[in-house]
Design a protein around this ligand. Sequence first.
Ligand code: AMO
Length: 445
Amino acid sequence: MRSDQNISNVHYRPMRSHYISDAVKLEEGAEVTVAGWLHEIRDIKKIVFAVLRDRSGMMQITAKRGAVADEIVDLLIQPKETVVSVTGKIVKGKGAKAGVELIPSKVEVLGKVYGKVPFDVADKEKIPELDVRLDNRHIDLRRPEIQAIFRVRGTVQQAFREYLLGKGFEEIVPTAIVGAATEGGAELFPIVYFEKEAFLAQSPQLYKQMAVMGGMDKIFMQCLVYRAEPHATTAHLNEAYQMDIEMGFADDNDVMDVEEAVLIHILKSVAEKRKPELEMLKSVVNVPTTVPRFTYSQLIEKLQANGEKIEWGDDFSRAHEKLMGELIGSEAYFITKWPTKLRAFYSMPSKENVEICNAFDLIYRGLEISSGAQRIHDPELLAQQIRNRGLDPENFEFYIRAFKSGAPPHAGWSIGAERITMKICSLDNIRETTLFPRDRMRLSP
Ligand code: AMO
């Protein structure tokens, strides 16, 4: 034997041989080492039943005094949530819940419980309220249905990326430190940045546009964005994760075509790859074949015809967004051609009527999950629109300048990762979809 192999054998000792989901599939008599948290423990003197939990599932450990050495049985009797590794033989049939149990030949305590665990992971009847769960996210996350949310979210983000890479889009990383607002002046978090005024970015908007001006005309990005919105709602966070694209030589319809395909790909990927997670969350994902488009004006008329009190120029409420989906008969739909005054300054006014612009929203299951637009690429019109919103074009000098040296028509959109995950998982509160949510009250953990 070569000496280097020898050394690696001495130093490399995996803490587990199998995840539980693989161990339970093995033949009777197979020897395994599994490791995780003690989910349940029942000591009925002659026999100790424990349930071990890892990220893949749960498994019963059965230690019968007499058949298993007393010191091993005793070592297994630990408070719930103690981290242990158990080596033993797989036995099938018998009394185990899943038809499989492990008869231990070795138990090692890897992480003790000190004091009281904040709440019982195994007790489905007594789930604490959201604030308590979020204060103890490291415990909350041990519940399989909570991990399921983050697996769904991971698949959403992966599907977004894989679809666009497959279509020739390139990934960029914009900056998160900016000198001016992009989505409205009042919602900025100021930061200390040497002697300059600076803020956390509300979106990658200006920077993705400038990358297109630079000739990268099919780009995407995923980034954290910061909105200093003081109000607390079940659909707003102060730190959110956006999944954006921007395309040169494209208008609003072109990028809606891409968004429709991206949404369908995301929903299909989740429906195919995350069946157990969706079941755990009691959510069903339907994959649409198309995403219908309605103009803002058409939808105002639809609502008015339905007896709703809404005028042209008003924004839709959450209740309207839900109702419109029902009236249209589609879980996902686009609202196009918005009143210019309701949209961000960079939205391109329509050629036929400057009161209307080429901006759009994507609604899914009654919630706006995305918005986008064809952008203004004429620097003079852009400066004018910035002034019209009460903002100072001086603060946007770097941005306006980018349109003075040959600017192609361009368009893009952004999907909120938390919002789409919330709707896919049929959750009531957006905080469920982010590991460590930031809202006005919550800065810890
Ligand atoms: P908008 O501000 O509409 O547009 O944001 C796009 C999407 O990001 C998500 N989002 C949020 N999610 C949770 N909490 C928030 N406070 C929050 N704010 C936004 C939503 C929303 O639909 N630059 C433009 C997009 C573009 O035109 O490309 C923008 O940021 O899902």
